[in-house]
Design a binder for this molecule. Structure first.
Ligand code: NAP
Length: 258
């Protein structure tokens, strides 16, 4: 016989966990990475497209950690000119970069046909090309021991959208039909989804852990090396690099001159 208290206790715990996860999900993985790096003494530049939202995040971290070590700088990865302006602005203010975390990403329905300011398909343009250009623009600010962390997804293995396991606002751009579909799955999946804080642990590990300071070009998952089916130095990677260079060159940006 199950004691009556269990009937009250279990739903209460489930509701409390759900409310906490829901509240945390508002801020995303980038917020948690910034907060943790700041906590460890880094000066964190939050490169974001929405100034008001970024300042709210910065204020929240500053209040919680009693620190001033966070700076906002405007960056829209869906705009090549914004990336250039950000890089110029950054270089005029800072001498070096110890850690670059390429975290920003978007997820839209395939049918949305969204493109960036420069006409690139939105996922390719923001999630890949934007970071590719930004990283190349900033290369001369890296020093020995600097790290570049690229937040990826299991999608890189599957070749189609991975509706993943971290509860954030990443899927806000999907149509109502898709969201209805998720609404049927999410109640069950909700309790098993990771919070942004949990989702941030592997990027933080990659950014800071001394045990991997000599490793490069690897995938990590759950703070461990992940045996991805995809190789990082195969012919496809080189082809992607060269196509990316060509696409930027078509827009008048030559990486050779960076
Ligand atoms: N959540 C998951 O389950 C999951 C699974 C696999 C991989 N990931 C990856 O994890 C990373 C973080 O995602 P998240 O889950 O934390 O989602 P999120 O809360 O939606 O965060 C994405 C961030 O990217 C920023 N961003 C989007 N477009 C941008 C642009 N054009 N320029 C500058 N910033 C832009 C967003 O800025 P705004 O706040 O202005 O929108 C937001 O801060 C992404 O790369 C995502 O692909 C997430």
């Amino acid at each position: 016989m199950i004691p009556t208290i269990v009937y009250y206790l279990v739903p209460t715990i489930v509701i409390l966990i759900s409310v906490r996860k829901y509240r945390e999900s508002k801020w995303g993985i980038g917020y948690e990475i910034s907060k943790e790096l700041c906590k460890r003494g880094a000066l964190v530049v939050m490169a974001c497209r929405d100034k008001q939202k970024a300042l709210r995040a910065i204020n929240k971290i500053q209040r919680e950690l009693s620190t001033k070590n966070l700076v906002f700088m405007e960056l829209n990865l869906a705009s090549l000119s914004s990336i250039k302006a950000f890089a110029d602005n950054f270089k005029s203010k800072f001498d070096k970069i110890d850690i670059l975390v390429n975290n920003a990403g978007v997820s839209f329905d395939d049918s949305s046909n969204k493109v960036t300011e420069d006409g690139f398909e939105i996922h390719f343009g923001v999630n890949h090309l934007g970071h590719f250009l930004l990283t190349n623009f900033l290369l001369d600010k890296f020093i020995s021991g600097s790290r570049i962390v690229i937040v990826s997804s299991l999608l890189h293995q599957k070749g189609n959208i991975d509706f993943g396991w971290v509860l954030t606002n990443l899927f806000r751009n999907h149509t109502r039909r898709m969201l209805m579909y998720f609404a049927l799955i999410i109640p069950a999946a909700f309790l098993f989804m990771r919070s942004p804080k949990q989702g941030a642990q592997t990027p933080i590990f990659c950014a800071t852990d001394p045990s991997i300071e000599n490793e490069s070009g690897c995938f990590y998952r759950d703070c461990r090396k992940f045996p991805s089916k995809v190789q990082t130095c195969d012919a496809i990677s080189y082809e992607l690099w060269s196509i990316s260079e060509q696409m930027l060159s078509n827009k008048g940006i030559s990486l050779n001159t960076l």
